[in-house]
Write a protein that binds this ligand. Structure first.
Ligand code: ARG
Length: 604
């Protein structure tokens, strides 16, 4: 970003102070905050309420008829006043200056409407100057986030839970990066446990080197299915049977036997190589491929030792358990060491968290894991806390509900690739239905892939994380309704308006914005000003739907504008002002889509 903040530049032209009355204001990055500052100062003069309280009480509104900011008077914590009367009194007395167009009392609320001319003149040049950086907020500068997401299991199917973790985690890591955090993206592979003994034994029987190199994920899964069938036929306890051999093999891995480990390591390396390519299709790159195998034994042992010292361990048939009900009834008793001394999913998570803290000294660590594992996560968080790690309070679980009906035409989903390939095919079929349009697309395969991926991602992110949803191919690939393809269409249409105008984007900032007189233009700029606040909100609630909903609202207003705000065939100054507005809307839509992990297309 440039040294001088483009917004600060615009603010001083308007005579708006760039100095914030409260530390939480980001007025140089967020016009909403600059206007909050103005209202805060003016309302403080009238009420004498602490500025910080006023500032924090200025909420965003759910619909535009409620104003751009709204304040519930009871939030000001004043004793012995009638909130309705005060709202009416202050609304009539407040100095609107050139910054507010209307201030209206409604019951115990005051609604503030920003002056549209201030919005046009300040925001359009700011958005155009900031470009991809518009919406960035320096909230987390100097802080480190470790975020773990996706975390599939090698040789097992990639299920909907992994898909959601990938999508939500990809979004959250972008979001924190936008807010200036130093983000470490981590994939915690299920790459350890007895199933690797099974897989190794299976590979000796059914494996093919050639297949392993060609499609490791598919091949390992096939081997795994075959060998598990054998175990089922023989019986788990068959003397000297496959299961015995597998247990034996894994035991050798746990003991660090080089030969046993080398085969396992090849499975892992080949799989990671394949994962890297697939995640790239979703614009995700990991900083680290960790995994259950990477947890050092001593780290896990630390937990057992500390609990033993505290007298919280008891043994049951050679296995060790700890009782967490003392700290929280719901957490129950949990197994921390098996009778044969091998580690467990739970203790690995304890050890891995300690290891990550040693390496990264993070300020926050987020786990994006399905709500089916709520108990598991709560247990290892509590264990870390009881071990006396102060940083355990900086761990956060971002959970989510289930997906029903995610199956492809071929049946089983083995990996992300299968889902993405099928989405692309189906998207391609939808696109082919519109023959004229289809003929104009330069690279339909590529567009089908990008738009298809948007379909999957938007379907996943459009309602609250905790909700379950049904995977519906037809609905998600439709161009009508609030879908990924619709969002892509909205973006490409804005690009096309810009292309067809023949005007250069760099000349738009000095357009005459007084020519934007139509109400729909005002609605659009009032939507654009909300973008940084929307990002701030998403940082608090960790909900992708906050951004998705915002982008749909934005595109709906844009589409209303098309009927009225023509660019083609207008006088140059009018065309320029309108195009500047559209170009700003496109930029915000573009940034929002990138934030979600989509690749916006310019033609489709
Ligand atoms: N591999 C696990 C599974 O598929 C998810 C791992 C979640 N992360 C964790 N730290 N436990 O169920």
């Amino acid at each position: 970003e440039t040294q001088v903040s483009p917004l600060a530049d615009q603010l001083s032209k308007l005579g708006l102070s760039t100095e914030a009355p409260v530390p939480q204001s980001l007025s140089n990055h967020n016009l909403s905050d600059a206007l909050r500052n103005y209202i805060t100062e003016e309302l403080h003069k009238l009420s004498n309420v602490d500025k910080s309280i006023i500032f924090d009480s200025l909420d965003n509104t759910s619909t535009m008829d409620k104003g751009d900011l709204i304040i519930p008077i009871p939030r000001l914590r004043l004793k012995g006043i009638n909130p309705k009367d005060k709202a009416a009194e202050w609304a009539s007395l407040i100095n609107k200056g050139q910054y507010l167009s209307q201030v209206v009392a409604e019951g115990p609320f005051i609604k503030f409407f920003f002056n549209k001319s201030v919005l046009f003149k300040t925001l359009i040049p700011t958005v155009l100057a900031k470009g991809d950086n518009y919406g960035n907020l320096p909230l987390g500068v100097g802080k480190k986030l470790v975020i773990e997401f996706s975390s599939p299991n090698i040789a097992k199917p990639f299920h909907a839970g992994h898909l959601r973790s990938t999508i939500i985690g990809g979004f959250l890591s972008n979001l924190y990066a936008k807010a200036g955090w130093d983000v470490v993206r981590t994939n915690y592979l299920g790459d350890w446990g007895k199933q690797f003994g099974i897989l190794a034994v299976g590979f000796e029987k059914y494996g093919s080197e050639e297949q392993l190199e060609k499609d490791p994920i598919q091949h390992l899964f096939e081997v795994y299915v075959k060998v598990n069938n054998d175990i089922r036929e023989e019986g788990e306890d068959a003397p000297n049977g496959t299961n015995d051999k597998a247990r034996e093999y894994f035991k050798r891995m746990e003991n660090g036997d080089e030969r046993a480990l080398s085969l396992w390591k090849r499975f892992r390396d080949f799989s990671i190589e394949k994962y890297i390519g697939t995640y790239a299709r979703l614009n995700i790159t990991y900083d680290v491929y960790s995994g259950e195998s990477q947890v050092p034994k001593e780290k896990m042992k630390g937990a057992t030792d500390i609990f033993a010292k505290k007298g919280l361990i008891h043994e049951d048939r050679g296995a060790k358990l700890i009782d967490l009900t003392k700290f929280n009834k719901k957490l129950g008793k949990c197994l921390v060491e098996k009778s044969d001394g091998t580690s467990l999913y739970l203790t690995r998570d304890v050890g891995e968290a300690i290891r990550r803290h040693e390496i990264y000294n993070f300020d926050k660590m987020i786990y994006v894991i399905a709500s089916q594992q709520d108990l598991h996560v709560a247990q290892f968080f509590e264990i870390l806390k009881q071990m006396g790690f102060d940083w355990a309070k900086n761990l956060e679980h971002v959970n989510f509900g289930m997906v029903q009906g995610m199956s492809t035409r071929k049946g089983t989903v083995v990996f992300l690739d299968n889902i993405l390939e099928e989405t692309k095919e189906r998207m391609h079929e939808v696109m082919r239905k519109n023959k004229d349009k289809y003929a104009q697309i330069e690279d339909p395969e590529k567009i089908a892939d990008l738009v298809g991926i948007s379909a999957v991602m938007i379907q996943d992110m459009q309602s609250k994380r905790i909700n379950n949803y049904e995977f519906k191919w037809d609905r998600m690939t439709s161009f009508e309704g609030d879908t990924g393809p619709y969002l892509q269409y909205a973006h490409s249409r804005l690009s096309s308006v810009q292309r067809k105008s023949g005007l250069d984007e760099s000349t738009l900032s000095d357009a005459d914005f007084d020519l934007l007189t139509e109400p729909c233009a005002e609605n659009l700029i009032r939507m654009i000003v909300q973008y940084p606040d929307t990002i701030k909100k998403a940082l608090k609630n960790h909900e992708p739907s906050t951004i998705v909903t915002y982008l749909f609202n934005l595109t709906h207003i844009v589409s209303q504008c098309y009927d009225i705000l023509w660019v083609a065939g207008q006088k140059e100054d009018v065309a320029k002002a309108r195009l500047a507005l559209y170009a700003s809307a496109r930029k915000v839509l573009h940034n929002g889509m990138i934030l979600l992990g989509l690749t916006p297309v310019d033609r489709m």
